[in-house]
Each structure stands twice: as structure tokens, then as C-alpha cells.
Ligand binder design. Structure first.
Ligand code: A2P
Length: 273
């Protein structure tokens, strides 16, 4: 009888080699926040470079993997890669992905991309990062990147979820940024966190769009309403949220930008159907 050492490496541990366009990486940490949300970290391929705010396609090893766009939630200088994910009970990827453990393998495509990058914005004074749910992921990367604070005097991260427990990852990440050796001082001075929960009692229970329209967002921060002279914005969340915040940015006179044509606000559409 053959023992494991005789077996082809591709079946010893039940895994198969990734396609040439993907890396196989090892899960190093998994944390579940609620029955809908979890984060995980993986090793990072030495040759993998990305700009904070970008995303990559990830999948699980298999003959016909399901690939989904995931923002890197860690900054571009980090040795590992962090992701923040929703769990969809019947989701083709997340129904399985939510069961991963440290030591498991995930595949990631070699080419990162995305519009929520600092290069896609014209210079400005204040940067708004508008997020709902797992849409905070690219901003979790950007608030830990020194370039964000080099380019802006004030960085306002809004994170709105249905329930209070869904805000935990955001609180932890903001705390990490403020305690970080590299960006801690700047983040403490410049980063403003505006968490909100719309379906449970909390300090803020309005949708961010309502807070923009009734002015309570600006009153709380002590700044004038959104304007193209000083303000830039990045938006990440559900399709409806993207549409509504984009409309409010445009109403305020901000123009949409892209990698090849920097503008006053950018929207990530990779995660929505
Ligand atoms: P609400 O509870 O009023 O629907 P979801 O999980 O559906 O993506 O929602 C995440 C958060 O985003 C919730 O707080 C939700 O508020 C809010 N939200 C949903 N749609 C919009 C929208 N069009 N504009 C602003 N916030 C939205």
C-alpha cells in the first residue's frame, strides 16, 4: 500500500494546483462577527503588489472555482492580506468560504484592480469615504495607508449597517489605524469615524443619505456641506446606496473620476449585481 509520500502532491492534502493566473495562499486567521459577517487573513504572495483600495478575484480550490471580487481590507504595505466578507447562506462562494479555517488554502487572481484609489481623485482638503455593510473593506485598507493622510487634511469614514454588531469590524479597524506605528499619529489627528445603525437603537440611526440631506452629518463634524472646492469622496456599498450617494455628490457639484481621468468622487461597482 502506498503511503502519502508516494502520492502526487496534488492529492496528498486534497488540493489541486491553481490556474496560472492565480496564487494559492494560506489562511492565517478567521474571525466571525455576526451570522452575516466575517473577516479572514491570508499569506501574501511576495510578487503581489496592489494600491490600497483595490480588489482582486478570489475563489476556493476546485475544478471549476467560483470567483468573486474582494477588496483587500489591509493596506498595501502589510505582509498579509485581509478580507471582510458577507456570508450568503446559498451563495456559490460564501456558503463555503465562511467555513474556512487557518491553514486552509484560498486562490487569488494575480491582477488587482479598482476605482477606489487615491490616484483617481483630484487633490482636495477633505476625503469622505462613504460605506455600508462590507463596503467598508477598501476603506479599511486606505485608512491604514500613509498616502491618504499625506493627501488630505481630514478623512471622514462613514459606515452604516442595519445592526450595531455589524459595526464591530469598523470600530476595530479605526482603532488599529489610530494605534498603528506608521499612521497612528496622522490617523488620530485626521480620521473621523461616523458609524450608524439603521435598524437598532444607536447613537446614529439615520441612513447616511438622510444625514447628508438634512445636514446633520456636516453639523456633527463641524464642516460646510459637501462642495467641489474642498471635498473628495469615495463610495462603496449596495447598488441603491451607490446610486443615491452618487446623486448627492453630483447635486453638490462633484464630478466622477476614474483611474485614467481623476475627478472629485469615485464609485466601486465591482461588488454589486
Ligand atoms: P436601511 O436599514 O434603512 O435599509 P444592506 O444590508 O441592505 O446593504 O444595508 C446596509 C445599510 O445601508 C443599512 O443601514 C441600510 O439602511 C443602508 N442603505 C440601504 N440602502 C441605502 C441607500 N439607498 N442609501 C443609503 N443607505 C442605504
Amino acid at each position: 500500500m502506498a503511503d502519502a509520500s508516494d502520492a502526487p502532491t496534488d492529492i496528498v492534502d486534497g488540493t489541486i494546483a491553481p490556474p496560472p493566473t492565480a496564487f494559492a495562499e494560506t489562511v492565517t486567521e478567521v474571525r466571525h462577527y455576526t451570522d452575516r459577517l466575517f473577516m479572514f487573513r491570508t499569506t501574501r504572495p511576495r510578487s503581489f503588489r496592489f494600491r490600497s483600495g483595490e480588489f482582486v478575484m478570489i475563489g476556493l480550490p476546485g475544478e471549476r472555482p467560483v470567483w468573486r471580487a474582494y477588496s483587500m481590507a489591509s493596506p498595501s504595505w502589510d505582509e498579509e492580506i485581509e478580507y471582510f466578507s458577507i456570508k450568503v447562506p446559498d451563495g456559490p462562494l460564501t456558503s463555503k468560504l465562511q467555513k474556512i479555517h487557518p491553514g486552509d488554502t484560498i486562490w487569488m487572481k494575480k491582477k488587482p484592480t479598482g476605482t477606489l484609489v487615491l490616484d483617481a481623485l483630484l487633490p482636495g482638503k477633505r476625503l469622505y469615504m462613504f460605506s455600508t455593510g462590507t463596503g467598508i473593506a477598501p476603506f479599511a485598507s486606505l485608512i491604514r495607508d500613509p498616502e491618504t493622510y499625506e493627501k488630505f487634511d481630514q478623512v471622514i469614514l462613514t459606515h452604516t449597517c442595519r445592526e450595531v454588531a455589524e459595526l464591530t469590524y469598523g470600530f476595530e479597524t479605526v482603532e488599529k489605524a489610530k494605534a498603528d506605528e506608521l499612521v497612528g499619529e496622522e490617523a488620530t489627528a485626521k480620521l473621523v469615524h461616523i458609524p450608524g445603525a439603521t435598524r437598532e437603537p444607536f447613537a446614529r440611526t439615520k441612513r447616511i443619505t438622510t444625514m447628508m440631506e438634512d445636514g446633520s452629518l456636516y453639523a456633527e463634524i463641524g464642516v460646510p456641506p459637501l462642495n467641489p472646492g474642498t471635498d473628495r469622496a469615495m463610495i462603496c456599498g449596495s447598488m441603491e446606496m451607490l446610486r443615491d450617494i452618487k446623486a448627492l455628490c453630483e447635486k453638490a457639484g462633484l464630478e466622477e473620476g476614474a483611474n485614467n481621468k481623476p475627478g472629485e468622487f469615485v464609485v466601486e461597482r465591482a461588488f454589486v449585481g
